[in-house]
Design a protein around this ligand. Structure first.
Ligand SMILES: Nc1ncnc2c1ncn2[C@@H]1O[C@H](COP(=O)(O)OP(=O)(O)OP(=O)(O)O)[C@@H](O)[C@H]1O
Length: 489
């Protein structure tokens, strides 16, 4: 299979076989073409060249709906439901007439059938007539999953879905994979979590730069082996900090005092020091993501304050935060951090316009220079900086968010799951960058759902449980995942 997007060769010479009752993993670095091949299988767009065979017959779906009707379901990395429509309308989008007569849509039947499907999938709390926008990212993913399963798929493609979900959501997806495998469905999983890949997959197909590299089976499905195949060089996996010292300057940079958002988190206080990486861990719903948003000024607290110590400024809103060179990398980059229909260049320079100003003027060449430098530093895989952000692969979008804040010379980083959807090679780069920033005296506040990331990078870890602080741990060689988990569940 081949796919070109204008001058971009996204997939060049890719071969893939999916078998009944077999869970196949598809792995490769950010931008290697995994979502593109999945999109061609699912009828999102046709290949530039190449052929597909499905159940012994030539297969070339005309659209996503056509592929769905033939039994191929694709859960994408991004949001797969449409705002401004009800849950039920989303569930029957394009298939409304299946429950109607003579071209007339029967809304009652659609609502009733949606309620049944939701119930079968343990989602009885979701109301079919409510707007889908009223539900969280995770609930919407589960609605999308229920829709996919209701069609009895013969091929189910799950693209980097688990890392965006809470542990409960992930476990549900793992259950679904096991059930589908037992039913004889061919399952294709795309994931950057190589332990997850090892745990779930019977076969692992590796891609590099749009090309098929290798298929691993049995004992060869080991994270270090997968990594080597993906990147073409050995990386030892010990990409976290090498030291076990809890080290930072005495100077307090940020003070969070008795911060609360009613019903979400309560009475949170802590200090962040110069040169410190402060980790926050907890279950996804414990309030930690909202806490970071509030610290940054994107969510209004019901009480308490966030104070920048050097000038006593209160971080009341995001304008004050940007002015004070505070970077925020949100978990939901697509909605909260990027202008999708704008170029990479415009996204990168947006927080640094003050720095580019000469008098009242910003020259296009200075913008280009800045964007080129920052995009190259973090190795955004792109055609050039004029490319639209929405056309980038998931991991490369994340790199643009980081590049934006590097351009702004940020002095304090607030990071929410900074390596979500990021391949191992780039992960290594981000950890090195965090270490470098720390050594330059920059403070980092990081929420992560990966315990190893917290243990590997943070000087101190504070844990949250049900909206409250539960414990604090200092960096040490003896700190284990189970010690932290016992403080968060
Ligand atoms: N609609 C599009 N227009 C232009 N280029 C595109 C489009 N979709 C994808 N690309 C490019 O194709 C290449 C492959 O992207 P793809 O999304 O398939 O990668 P991926 O392996 O899924 O990456 P990730 O792990 O980051 O999700 C990238 O260089 C991307 O920028």
């Amino acid at each position: 299979m081949y796919k070109d997007f204008g001058p971009t060769k996204a997939v060049t010479d890719m071969t893939l076989e999916l078998k009944r009752g077999v869970v196949t993993g598809l792995v490769g670095e950010n931008g290697s073409g995994k979502s593109t091949i999945s999109s061609m299988i699912s009828g999102v767009y046709p290949p530039t060249k190449g052929t597909m065979t499905y159940k012994g017959q030539p297969y070339s779906p005309k659209s996503v709906l056509d592929a769905r009707k033939q039994g191929i379901q694709y859960l994408t990395q991004e949001q797969g439901t449409i705002d401004g429509m009800t849950v039920a309308e989303n569930m029957f989008l394009g298939e409304e007439e299946s429950l109607g007569k003579k071209g007339i849509v029967n809304i009652k039947k659609i609502n009733a059938r949606s309620a049944e499907i939701l119930k079968e999938n343990g989602l009885e709390n979701v109301i079919p007539t409510k707007m889908v926008d009223d539900y969280s990212f995770e609930e919407r993913k589960m609605i999308e999953t229920a829709r996919a399963l209701s069609h009895q798929p013969e091929i189910l493609i799950i693209d980097e879905t688990t890392t965006a979900l809470s542990q409960k959501g992930r476990d549900r997806i793992y259950e679904i994979i096991a059930e589908q495998k037992a039913k004889g469905t061919a399952v294709l999983i795309i994931s950057h979590d190589l332990d997850e890949v090892k745990h779930l997959c019977d076969e692992v197909v590796v891609m590099r730069d749009g090309i098929y590299i290798n298929t691993l089976t049995g004992g060869d499905i080991e994270p270090h082996n997968i990594r080597q195949n993906m990147i073409g060089r050995e990386i030892d996996g010990s990409y976290y900090r090498a030291d076990y010292e809890c080290s930072y300057d005495e100077e307090v940079v940020l003070e969070v005092r008795n911060l609360s958002v009613s019903g979400i988190f309560e009475d949170i206080s802590f200090e962040l020091h110069k040169g410190e990486i402060l980790g926050i861990g907890g279950l996804s719903e414990c309030g930690m993501h909202e806490l970071l948003k509030t610290v940054y000024g994107a969510l209004k607290p019901s009480s308490g304050s966030v104070i920048l110590k050097k000038n006593g400024v209160q971080l009341k809103n995001t304008t004050v935060s940007v002015k004070n060179k505070i970077a925020y990398i949100p978990k939901d980059r697509d909605k909260e951090s990027l202008f999708q229909a704008t170029s990479i260049k415009d996204n990168i320079v947006t927080a640094a316009l003050d720095k580019l100003k000469k008098g009242f003027i910003i020259t296009p060449s200075s913008e280009r220079k800045m964007a080129d430098k920052e995009a190259a530093n973090i190795e955004v895989k792109m055609r050039d900086i004029e490319q639209q952000v929405r056309d980038l692969s998931g991991g490369n979008k994340q790199k643009v968010v980081i590049a934006k804040w590097m351009a702004n010379d940020s002095r304090l980083f607030i990071m929410d799951c900074p390596t979500r959807g990021i391949d191992v090679g780039v992960k290594e780069k981000i950890y090195k960058l965090m270490n470098r920033l720390k050594n330059e005296g920059i403070a980092i506040l990081m929420v992560s759902e990966e315990m190893m990331e917290l243990i590997g990078m943070a000087d101190r870890i504070i844990t949250m449980k049900d909206g409250k602080l539960s414990k604090e741990f200092e960096r040490s060689a003896g700190l284990t995942e189970s010690t932290i988990i016992s403080a968060i569940v």
